[in-house]
Design a protein around this ligand. Structure first.
Ligand SMILES: Nc1ncnc2c1ncn2[C@@H]1O[C@H](COP(=O)(O)OP(=O)(O)OP(=O)(O)O)[C@@H](O)[C@H]1O
Ligand SMILES: [Mg+2]
Length: 245
């Protein structure tokens, strides 16, 4: 998927590297499930969420977009809708996109259309809408705006597949709101990390018919349960270190 080898990507963004490790298989399986749902129901827009912070939502979103875009005939759009802790652009080495109009800008100002915020980085086979810049509206207000629904409509018209990276379900309501505007939701569970109780609690926030499946992200480094930190987290503060206990 990575078309320009001069750009270094993290090794667990497996769908973007030329030599695919075994972990890539699960994204192919997910792609297959999404393709089948597309044939059956016309599914096109998929949100990726999880119970808490650091479960692997962004990793999964990027890898899923990469897997879907392997089919050169498919037009794929990846949207960073985690307006509280955006990381897609920087994870892809595209930090400069954070200075340009992105999702938040268009949600706050409906005169900014999708065509102005969706960019196609030459290194990748998918287009990207970065989270955008700070606006006078809060992330919660932005995702509830009617413009979010309008942008999703435009995305659906212009792309075959849209992958939406979101916030965790338990600490904040953004992903619960966003699920209304998407066709399906992928739930990420950090294998051996996300407590079962929280997975159950998170699933209760989802509309059952929208849940496409669960992806187990097998990052086996220990993770502090720090999701309570999220609620008081100012936008764009640095991510807490995922340090070993
Ligand atoms: N399979 C993996 N192997 C190694 N590291 C991983 C893996 N998945 C995720 N990570 C690392 O764990 C951290 C959290 O992953 P990621 O950003 O995908 O989670 P997230 O659920 O999007 O987090 P947030 O809730 O902060 O948005 C990142 O630093 C990422 O590099
Ligand atoms: Mg994330």
């Amino acid at each position: 998927m990575l078309m320009n080898n001069s750009l270094a990507v993290e090794e667990h963004l497996v769908s973007l590297v030329a030599a695919k490790p075994p972990e890539f298989e699960q994204y192919l399986t997910l792609r297959h499930q999404i393709d089948q749902a597309r044939r059956r129901t016309g599914l096109a827009v998929v949100a990726v969420t999880s119970a808490t912070m650091g479960d692997g939502k962004t990793t999964t979103s990027i890898n899923l977009a990469g897997a879907l875009a392997q089919n050169r005939a498919s037009k794929v759009l990846l949207i960073d809708a985690d307006l509280r802790s955006p990381s897609v652009a920087s994870r892809l080495g595209l930090e400069k996109m954070n200075e340009l109009p992105g999702l938040a800008d268009s949600l706050a100002d409906s005169s900014i259309p999708l065509a102005q915020i969706a960019r196609r980085p030459p290194e990748f086979r998918f287009s990207l809408i970065a989270a955008g810049r700070e606006t006078s509206m809060s992330p919660g207000e932005l995702v509830q705006s009617t413009q979010f629904e309008e942008l999703m409509k435009q995305a659906r018209e212009q792309f075959d597949y849209v992958v939406v990276d979101t916030t965790p379900l338990i600490p904040v309501s953004d992903a619960r709101v966003i699920q209304q505007f998407v066709d399906g939701v992928v739930m990420v569970v950090a294998a051996n990390k996300t407590p079962k109780r929280l997975v159950g609690e998170a699933l209760e926030f989802l509309i059952p018919s929208k849940v496409l499946g669960i992806v187990f992200n097998s990052d086996d480094r220990p993770l502090k349960e720090y999701y309570s930190y999220y609620s008081s987290r100012p936008r764009r503060s640095p991510a807490p270190a995922l340090s070993a206990r």
